[in-house]
Design a protein around this ligand. Structure first.
Ligand code: FES
Ligand code: FES
Length: 180
């Protein structure tokens, strides 16, 4: 099968039981997509498939043959150092410009919306999907979007604040780009 992951072509031989999360983590080596429950309940494994968020533990790899997949590694405009070469070192210390983060990642950082970080990749992808469809969501709409994403640490409030702030940043960036 062949897919595009984070705008790069990727091919793998899989069997009919291979899950999308296995394709991403084991075949493509993108371990930013986390596995929590394997039962479509925690949302940690969410990725974008052709722009829409899906729980990758609940989709067969062969179902997405030919699709465009975005994982958390594809959100920042600048590529991070490969895993194992700087793992555990803060982003700033790894020479990655914080300004290159996706606005949602930057807002999570600024609002302290990350604690252990296990839920964060799934939260980010689900919220990227929301903000793409709804650039000006209400507090309730953000909470509804992350209803399938469990976080044991933050109490959700800071995640909601970060999402609303990111929406504002994205709207501002769009209006600058359009000259209005
Ligand atoms: S690992 Fe997929 S939803 Fe929990
Ligand atoms: S930050 Fe720890 S589970 Fe969400």
């Amino acid at each position: 099968m062949s897919v595009t992951i984070n705008e790069r072509p990727f091919e793998a031989e899989v069997d009919e039981r291979t899950l999308l999360i296995d394709l991403i983590r084991d075949e493509a080596g993108l371990t930013g997509t986390h596995a929590g429950c394997w039962e479509a309940r925690c949302g940690c494994c969410a990725v974008l498939v052709d722009g829409g968020s899906v729980k990758s533990c609940n989709v067969l790899a062969l179902q997405v043959d030919g699709a465009h997949i975005t994982t958390v590694e594809g959100l920042a405009r600048e590529e991070l150092l490969p895993f194992g070469d700087g793992a555990g070192v803060p982003v700033e210390a790894r020479g990655v410009d914080v300004g290159s983060l996706h606005p949602l990642q930057a807002a999570f950082r600024d609002h302290g919306a990350v604690q252990c970080g296990f839920c964060t990749p799934g939260m980010l992808l689900v919220l990227v999907d929301l903000l793409d469809r709804n650039p000006d969501p209400t507090d309730e709409e953000v909470r509804e979007a992350i209803r399938g994403n469990l976080c044991r640490c933050t109490g959700y409030q800071k995640i909601v604040e970060a999402a609303l702030d990111a929406a504002q940043r994205l709207r501002a960036a769009r209006s600058v780009a359009s000259g209005s």
